[in-house]
Design a protein. Structure first.
Length: 339
Protein backbone atom coordinates (compact mmCIF):
# COMPACT_ATOMS: atom_id res chain seq x y z
CA UNK A 1 0.00 0.00 0.00
CA UNK A 2 1.09 3.54 -0.63
CA UNK A 3 2.19 5.69 2.28
CA UNK A 4 0.45 9.01 2.82
CA UNK A 5 2.30 12.05 4.17
CA UNK A 6 0.92 15.41 5.30
CA UNK A 7 2.78 18.63 4.51
CA UNK A 8 1.60 21.80 6.25
CA UNK A 9 2.78 25.15 4.94
CA UNK A 10 3.04 23.41 1.58
CA UNK A 11 3.20 26.66 -0.40
CA UNK A 12 6.59 27.57 1.00
CA UNK A 13 9.77 26.76 -0.84
CA UNK A 14 10.64 23.82 1.39
CA UNK A 15 7.12 22.51 0.85
CA UNK A 16 7.53 22.85 -2.91
CA UNK A 17 10.82 20.98 -2.79
CA UNK A 18 9.41 18.17 -0.70
CA UNK A 19 6.36 17.76 -2.93
CA UNK A 20 8.48 17.70 -6.07
CA UNK A 21 10.67 14.98 -4.58
CA UNK A 22 7.99 12.84 -2.93
CA UNK A 23 5.69 12.95 -5.96
CA UNK A 24 8.36 11.10 -7.95
CA UNK A 25 8.22 8.14 -5.55
CA UNK A 26 5.80 5.38 -6.49
CA UNK A 27 4.88 4.47 -2.92
CA UNK A 28 4.09 7.96 -1.56
CA UNK A 29 0.88 9.99 -1.70
CA UNK A 30 1.02 13.63 -0.62
CA UNK A 31 -1.66 15.59 1.23
CA UNK A 32 -0.82 19.31 1.16
CA UNK A 33 -2.27 21.95 3.48
CA UNK A 34 -1.74 25.71 3.23
CA UNK A 35 -3.56 28.97 3.89
CA UNK A 36 -3.48 29.68 0.16
CA UNK A 37 -4.20 27.48 -2.88
CA UNK A 38 -1.21 25.65 -4.28
CA UNK A 39 0.17 26.48 -7.69
CA UNK A 40 -1.74 24.36 -10.22
CA UNK A 41 1.39 22.55 -11.42
CA UNK A 42 2.28 21.63 -7.86
CA UNK A 43 -1.27 20.67 -6.91
CA UNK A 44 -1.29 18.07 -9.69
CA UNK A 45 1.51 16.25 -7.92
CA UNK A 46 -0.54 15.86 -4.72
CA UNK A 47 -3.22 13.30 -3.96
CA UNK A 48 -5.20 15.90 -2.07
CA UNK A 49 -4.75 19.64 -1.48
CA UNK A 50 -6.53 21.66 1.17
CA UNK A 51 -6.77 25.37 1.83
CA UNK A 52 -7.09 25.93 5.55
CA UNK A 53 -5.68 27.09 8.86
CA UNK A 54 -3.74 24.83 11.24
CA UNK A 55 -5.51 26.63 14.09
CA UNK A 56 -8.86 25.19 12.97
CA UNK A 57 -9.23 21.97 14.94
CA UNK A 58 -12.28 20.87 12.95
CA UNK A 59 -10.24 20.93 9.75
CA UNK A 60 -7.51 18.80 11.31
CA UNK A 61 -10.06 16.37 12.73
CA UNK A 62 -11.56 15.94 9.26
CA UNK A 63 -8.09 15.32 7.86
CA UNK A 64 -7.39 12.70 10.48
CA UNK A 65 -10.68 10.96 9.75
CA UNK A 66 -10.12 10.89 5.99
CA UNK A 67 -6.44 9.88 5.84
CA UNK A 68 -3.85 7.64 7.44
CA UNK A 69 -0.62 9.64 7.65
CA UNK A 70 2.69 7.91 8.13
CA UNK A 71 4.73 11.13 8.34
CA UNK A 72 3.74 14.72 9.11
CA UNK A 73 6.04 17.47 7.82
CA UNK A 74 4.94 20.48 9.85
CA UNK A 75 6.34 23.45 7.95
CA UNK A 76 3.61 26.04 8.58
CA UNK A 77 4.77 28.97 10.71
CA UNK A 78 4.66 32.71 11.17
CA UNK A 79 8.20 33.74 10.27
CA UNK A 80 10.66 35.83 12.22
CA UNK A 81 10.07 39.39 11.03
CA UNK A 82 6.29 39.30 11.38
CA UNK A 83 6.57 37.31 14.60
CA UNK A 84 8.57 40.16 16.12
CA UNK A 85 5.91 42.66 15.09
CA UNK A 86 2.96 40.55 16.25
CA UNK A 87 4.15 38.39 19.17
CA UNK A 88 0.70 37.15 20.32
CA UNK A 89 -0.19 36.06 16.80
CA UNK A 90 3.19 34.36 16.44
CA UNK A 91 2.62 32.40 19.63
CA UNK A 92 -0.86 31.43 18.49
CA UNK A 93 0.27 30.20 15.07
CA UNK A 94 3.67 28.77 15.91
CA UNK A 95 2.88 27.17 19.28
CA UNK A 96 -0.86 26.48 19.28
CA UNK A 97 -0.71 25.40 15.63
CA UNK A 98 2.12 22.97 16.40
CA UNK A 99 0.22 21.64 19.42
CA UNK A 100 -2.77 20.97 17.15
CA UNK A 101 -0.59 19.01 14.72
CA UNK A 102 0.99 16.99 17.53
CA UNK A 103 -2.49 16.07 18.75
CA UNK A 104 -3.40 15.05 15.20
CA UNK A 105 -0.32 12.83 15.18
CA UNK A 106 -1.38 11.20 18.47
CA UNK A 107 -4.85 10.55 17.06
CA UNK A 108 -3.33 9.05 13.93
CA UNK A 109 -1.08 6.80 16.00
CA UNK A 110 -4.03 5.53 18.02
CA UNK A 111 -6.12 4.88 14.91
CA UNK A 112 -3.33 3.10 13.06
CA UNK A 113 -1.71 1.35 16.00
CA UNK A 114 1.78 2.47 15.01
CA UNK A 115 4.30 5.26 15.54
CA UNK A 116 3.87 8.42 13.46
CA UNK A 117 6.88 10.43 12.33
CA UNK A 118 6.67 14.16 13.01
CA UNK A 119 9.27 16.26 11.16
CA UNK A 120 9.71 19.77 12.55
CA UNK A 121 11.95 22.53 11.12
CA UNK A 122 13.44 24.59 13.93
CA UNK A 123 15.90 27.46 13.65
CA UNK A 124 19.21 28.97 14.65
CA UNK A 125 16.99 31.60 16.29
CA UNK A 126 16.70 29.31 19.35
CA UNK A 127 20.20 30.42 20.35
CA UNK A 128 20.99 33.53 22.33
CA UNK A 129 24.62 34.31 23.05
CA UNK A 130 25.04 37.04 25.66
CA UNK A 131 27.63 39.20 23.89
CA UNK A 132 30.08 39.41 21.01
CA UNK A 133 32.94 38.15 23.18
CA UNK A 134 31.14 34.82 23.57
CA UNK A 135 30.30 34.70 19.88
CA UNK A 136 33.78 35.62 18.72
CA UNK A 137 35.35 32.66 20.46
CA UNK A 138 34.42 30.93 17.19
CA UNK A 139 33.49 27.72 18.99
CA UNK A 140 30.89 25.66 17.12
CA UNK A 141 27.83 25.64 19.37
CA UNK A 142 26.23 22.33 20.32
CA UNK A 143 22.47 21.78 20.43
CA UNK A 144 22.36 21.98 24.24
CA UNK A 145 24.29 25.25 24.57
CA UNK A 146 23.17 28.88 24.75
CA UNK A 147 19.48 28.17 24.20
CA UNK A 148 18.36 31.60 25.41
CA UNK A 149 16.52 33.11 22.40
CA UNK A 150 15.82 36.83 22.28
CA UNK A 151 13.17 36.79 19.54
CA UNK A 152 9.58 35.61 19.65
CA UNK A 153 10.22 33.28 16.73
CA UNK A 154 13.20 31.70 18.49
CA UNK A 155 11.21 31.29 21.70
CA UNK A 156 8.37 29.65 19.77
CA UNK A 157 10.75 27.25 18.03
CA UNK A 158 12.59 26.25 21.21
CA UNK A 159 9.33 25.65 23.06
CA UNK A 160 7.97 23.51 20.21
CA UNK A 161 11.14 21.42 20.27
CA UNK A 162 10.33 20.74 23.92
CA UNK A 163 6.70 20.01 23.06
CA UNK A 164 7.90 17.44 20.56
CA UNK A 165 10.10 15.81 23.19
CA UNK A 166 7.17 15.70 25.61
CA UNK A 167 4.84 14.10 23.06
CA UNK A 168 7.50 11.58 22.08
CA UNK A 169 8.45 10.51 25.62
CA UNK A 170 6.20 11.85 28.38
CA UNK A 171 2.74 12.35 26.89
CA UNK A 172 0.01 11.95 29.56
CA UNK A 173 2.52 10.31 31.86
CA UNK A 174 0.13 10.27 34.85
CA UNK A 175 -2.47 8.12 33.09
CA UNK A 176 -3.18 4.78 34.75
CA UNK A 177 -2.30 3.07 31.49
CA UNK A 178 0.33 4.27 29.03
CA UNK A 179 -1.11 6.29 26.17
CA UNK A 180 -1.41 4.26 22.96
CA UNK A 181 -0.40 7.31 20.89
CA UNK A 182 3.27 7.24 19.87
CA UNK A 183 5.15 10.00 18.06
CA UNK A 184 8.63 9.85 16.54
CA UNK A 185 9.57 13.54 16.73
CA UNK A 186 12.56 14.70 14.65
CA UNK A 187 13.74 18.28 14.28
CA UNK A 188 16.40 20.23 12.41
CA UNK A 189 17.70 23.61 13.52
CA UNK A 190 18.18 25.37 10.23
CA UNK A 191 20.75 28.13 9.75
CA UNK A 192 20.10 31.06 7.44
CA UNK A 193 18.63 29.65 4.23
CA UNK A 194 19.64 31.13 0.87
CA UNK A 195 17.35 30.50 -2.07
CA UNK A 196 17.72 31.05 -5.78
CA UNK A 197 13.97 30.79 -6.29
CA UNK A 198 12.29 33.14 -3.82
CA UNK A 199 12.94 36.86 -3.44
CA UNK A 200 14.15 37.82 0.05
CA UNK A 201 11.45 39.43 2.17
CA UNK A 202 13.40 41.27 4.85
CA UNK A 203 14.18 38.39 7.18
CA UNK A 204 16.91 38.74 9.76
CA UNK A 205 19.37 36.58 7.80
CA UNK A 206 18.28 37.82 4.37
CA UNK A 207 21.24 40.15 3.91
CA UNK A 208 23.05 37.35 2.07
CA UNK A 209 20.23 36.91 -0.45
CA UNK A 210 19.53 40.62 -0.72
CA UNK A 211 23.15 41.34 -1.62
CA UNK A 212 22.92 38.99 -4.61
CA UNK A 213 19.54 40.21 -5.83
CA UNK A 214 20.51 43.89 -5.64
CA UNK A 215 23.78 43.24 -7.47
CA UNK A 216 22.02 41.33 -10.24
CA UNK A 217 19.69 44.30 -10.76
CA UNK A 218 22.52 46.82 -10.72
CA UNK A 219 21.16 48.47 -7.57
CA UNK A 220 23.29 49.69 -4.66
CA UNK A 221 22.74 47.74 -1.46
CA UNK A 222 23.08 48.97 2.13
CA UNK A 223 23.77 45.82 4.13
CA UNK A 224 22.09 46.02 7.54
CA UNK A 225 24.87 44.18 9.42
CA UNK A 226 28.57 44.89 9.99
CA UNK A 227 31.04 43.47 7.50
CA UNK A 228 32.50 41.16 10.18
CA UNK A 229 29.11 39.61 11.00
CA UNK A 230 29.21 35.84 10.75
CA UNK A 231 26.43 33.23 11.06
CA UNK A 232 25.87 29.77 9.52
CA UNK A 233 24.06 29.47 6.17
CA UNK A 234 23.05 26.83 3.67
CA UNK A 235 21.53 26.65 0.20
CA UNK A 236 17.87 25.69 -0.07
CA UNK A 237 18.44 22.36 -1.90
CA UNK A 238 20.51 21.18 1.07
CA UNK A 239 17.69 22.14 3.44
CA UNK A 240 15.24 19.98 1.54
CA UNK A 241 17.75 17.14 1.28
CA UNK A 242 18.37 17.28 5.02
CA UNK A 243 14.68 16.95 5.88
CA UNK A 244 14.36 13.95 3.60
CA UNK A 245 17.51 12.34 5.02
CA UNK A 246 16.42 12.80 8.63
CA UNK A 247 12.96 11.40 7.88
CA UNK A 248 14.50 8.33 6.23
CA UNK A 249 16.97 7.60 9.05
CA UNK A 250 16.44 4.52 11.22
CA UNK A 251 15.16 5.52 14.66
CA UNK A 252 17.75 3.41 16.47
CA UNK A 253 20.51 5.40 14.74
CA UNK A 254 19.26 8.70 16.19
CA UNK A 255 20.81 9.70 19.50
CA UNK A 256 18.76 12.88 19.87
CA UNK A 257 15.63 14.51 18.53
CA UNK A 258 16.98 17.93 17.53
CA UNK A 259 19.95 18.40 15.21
CA UNK A 260 22.10 21.31 14.08
CA UNK A 261 23.04 21.48 10.43
CA UNK A 262 24.87 24.07 8.32
CA UNK A 263 27.00 24.26 5.19
CA UNK A 264 29.15 27.41 5.49
CA UNK A 265 29.54 30.43 7.75
CA UNK A 266 31.09 33.35 5.84
CA UNK A 267 31.34 36.87 7.16
CA UNK A 268 29.24 39.54 5.44
CA UNK A 269 32.48 40.78 3.87
CA UNK A 270 33.17 37.27 2.52
CA UNK A 271 29.72 37.30 0.95
CA UNK A 272 30.42 40.68 -0.62
CA UNK A 273 33.69 39.40 -2.09
CA UNK A 274 31.84 36.50 -3.75
CA UNK A 275 29.10 38.77 -5.06
CA UNK A 276 31.58 41.35 -6.32
CA UNK A 277 33.50 38.63 -8.14
CA UNK A 278 30.34 37.65 -10.02
CA UNK A 279 28.97 41.19 -10.40
CA UNK A 280 32.00 43.54 -10.61
CA UNK A 281 29.76 46.62 -10.62
CA UNK A 282 28.04 45.62 -7.36
CA UNK A 283 27.83 48.51 -4.89
CA UNK A 284 27.56 47.38 -1.27
CA UNK A 285 27.90 49.47 1.86
CA UNK A 286 27.70 48.18 5.40
CA UNK A 287 25.18 50.22 7.36
CA UNK A 288 24.45 48.26 10.51
CA UNK A 289 20.87 48.45 11.78
CA UNK A 290 21.19 48.43 15.57
CA UNK A 291 18.11 46.31 16.27
CA UNK A 292 18.63 43.63 13.64
CA UNK A 293 22.38 43.59 14.31
CA UNK A 294 21.71 42.80 17.96
CA UNK A 295 19.60 39.80 16.97
CA UNK A 296 22.20 38.44 14.53
CA UNK A 297 24.96 39.00 17.10
CA UNK A 298 23.06 36.74 19.51
CA UNK A 299 23.28 33.84 17.04
CA UNK A 300 26.40 31.66 16.94
CA UNK A 301 29.09 32.15 14.32
CA UNK A 302 29.10 28.38 13.81
CA UNK A 303 27.09 25.39 14.98
CA UNK A 304 28.35 21.90 15.74
CA UNK A 305 26.89 19.44 13.20
CA UNK A 306 28.72 16.38 14.54
CA UNK A 307 25.58 14.60 15.70
CA UNK A 308 23.79 14.97 12.36
CA UNK A 309 26.82 13.68 10.48
CA UNK A 310 27.26 10.73 12.82
CA UNK A 311 23.61 9.72 13.20
CA UNK A 312 22.16 10.22 9.74
CA UNK A 313 25.04 11.06 7.44
CA UNK A 314 24.51 14.80 7.10
CA UNK A 315 26.89 16.39 4.64
CA UNK A 316 26.05 19.43 2.47
CA UNK A 317 26.05 19.07 -1.29
CA UNK A 318 26.53 22.82 -1.65
CA UNK A 319 29.58 24.21 0.16
CA UNK A 320 30.18 27.94 -0.13
CA UNK A 321 31.64 28.33 -3.62
CA UNK A 322 29.39 25.77 -5.25
CA UNK A 323 26.29 27.24 -3.59
CA UNK A 324 27.04 30.64 -5.05
CA UNK A 325 28.66 29.82 -8.38
CA UNK A 326 26.52 26.86 -9.46
CA UNK A 327 23.20 27.45 -7.70
CA UNK A 328 22.62 31.07 -6.69
CA UNK A 329 24.36 33.25 -9.28
CA UNK A 330 23.03 31.51 -12.43
CA UNK A 331 19.44 31.47 -11.19
CA UNK A 332 19.45 35.07 -10.00
CA UNK A 333 21.04 36.24 -13.25
CA UNK A 334 18.32 34.43 -15.18
CA UNK A 335 15.58 36.04 -13.07
CA UNK A 336 16.69 39.57 -13.99
CA UNK A 337 18.08 38.92 -17.48
CA UNK A 338 14.96 40.17 -19.25
CA UNK A 339 14.52 43.22 -17.01
Amino acid sequence: MKKTVLITGANGEIGHGLINHLADLDDIEVAALDLNPLDERLAKKCTVTMVGDILKKALLENLSTAHNFETIYHLAALLSTRAEREPPLAHHVNVDGTLNLLELAVTQSRLQGREIKFIYPSSIAVYGLPNLAAKNQRVAIKESEWCHPRTMYGINKLYCEQLGNYYAHFYRQLDAQPSPGRIDFRSIRFPGLISAVTVPAGGTSDYASEMIHYAAQGKPYACFVRDDTRIPFMAMPDAIGAILALEAAQRDRLSQQVYNISAFNPSAKDLYDLVHGAFPKAEVTFDSDKKRQAIVDSWPAAVDTTAAGRDWGWKPDYPLKRAFEEYLFPAVRKRYAAA
